[in-house]
Structures are given as structure tokens and as C-alpha cells.
Design a protein around this ligand. Sequence first.
Ligand SMILES: [Zn+2]
Length: 281
Amino acid sequence: MKNDQLPAGRRTLLRLALALGAATAVRMVAADPAGTPARPGGEPPDPVAGPPARAQTGGGAYRLRPMTGHGAPRFLPAPPPVRTRPFEELPELGRDAMVLSFDDGPDPRYTPDVLATLRRYGVRAMFFVCGEMATDHRDLLRVMADDGHVVGNHSWSHPLIPELSRSAIRDELGRTSDVIEQTLGAPPLWYRAPYGAWNRNSFEIGASMGMEPMAWTVDSLDWTRPGTDTIVRRVERGAAPGVVILSHDAGGNRSQSVAALRRYLPALLGNGYRPTVPHRG
Ligand SMILES: [Zn+2]
């Protein structure tokens, strides 16, 4: 079963690890200057909202990385620093901003509905995809990018990262980044460890692949299928500036997650929240 929950013992260990790492505050690297404004009326997406966030490079630091023997040199973004904990919230995005994120997909049974609802309200989100799903549904990856969503790396097969060797972690993350790059023309800039189980190797390897670690603030626990009402209530109660919401568009029956989004998204917009995505550059 895929979900982002850990047994209680693991959760306790992770909380301890996060508490120990709390002294090293992680700051957002950049806010989203072209954030999608709230549209309580449910207008269609703004065609001038800008290119997909993943393509926004915003004058950031670049360095030349010669690729001898593989054609012309390419300019690539400088790799991010090695973090000691993931981003859990993004307060720098702005006073009314928050982030919706969807894990484990894409799944053709649910992802198109999630995308349609986001498009209806002109809202961008983050999708942390598994390579084994993404490789078979590259069309959905393209729709995500075309609609301005951020496509992040959620490993290939959804393993517990701390139980893997360094080479296995590199394989899980690298193969997934390869599928995203082959499909969208650029590698992902964010990754999320399955079950929220991070370790030092994952921070080092993720950074070496140019990715920042993104966790979440509010877990909708949608994967337990608690009922659409409960998912809606959890998201609405958890809403606050800078909050990152976790839910799922794959990994099991996600009809409740799909139905809940149709209800909580207009409610969030009606309450003045501006769901958006971070960009890096
Ligand atoms: Zn997951």
C-alpha cells in the first residue's frame, strides 16, 4: 500500500530527528512573483500568468558545466545546498499563499480530474510523481507542465529511503528525474521522500541532482479514505499562510481525494487564500 504514513515508532524517530535539526532553519529560496491570484468566482486560468514555474529561472546563479563529448556546453542551475531537513512550509510565498501538493501519481483514473479542477480555478500545484507511474503516463506529465504545475520527484518505486544504500537512492531518484527530463525537457527541481522518511544520504544525493527537499505542513490523510467530508474539513482547518497541504492522486482509490479538492479549493479561494507554487532560480 502506498501512502505517506510511517509506523508510530518511525514517526517518533523522525520527529526527534526533525527537532534536532530545527536549529538549522531552512529558508525558502524565492517567492513566486507570478503567483496565481485567488479567483473566488472560478474564472479560467490566466493566460498571461507566465510560463510553468519550473521554467522560471529568475536571474538566479548559473554556472557553466561543460559536457565534453556530448555536444555544446549547457548552462544549468547551480546545485542547491545540502539541507539537514526538508522544507515544511513556505511562508516567503506571501501572506495569503499556500501550496497544494499531490503525491504518488500520475494515475489516469484520478490525475486528470485533479488537473481539471485546478485548471477550472486557475490554480497551480505541486505533483510529486513516482517514476514507475510517470514513465507510463508521460502525457499527464506534459499536461502538468503545460498548466504551470511543478513536477517533483517522489522516487521510482516509493521505497523507504533510509533502508536503501546510497547507490539505490541514487537509482530511485535518478531514474525518476530522467523520465521527467526526457518528457519535459528539464529535470525536476524538487523532491519528496516517500513517507516523509528523509536521511542525510537523500539530502546529499537530492542536492547533487539539483533538487530541494519538500515535505508538508498539513497531512490530509486522504489515503486512509476517511470520507470526503473529513478530507475537506482537515484541509480547511489546516489552511494558513505558507502551509503545504499533502494529498494523493494515486496509490489506491483516490475518488475521495478528487471529490474533496472540488469542494475545498473553491472554499480556500473564497476565504482569500492563494494556492500557488514555489519557484527556484
Ligand atoms: Zn507517497
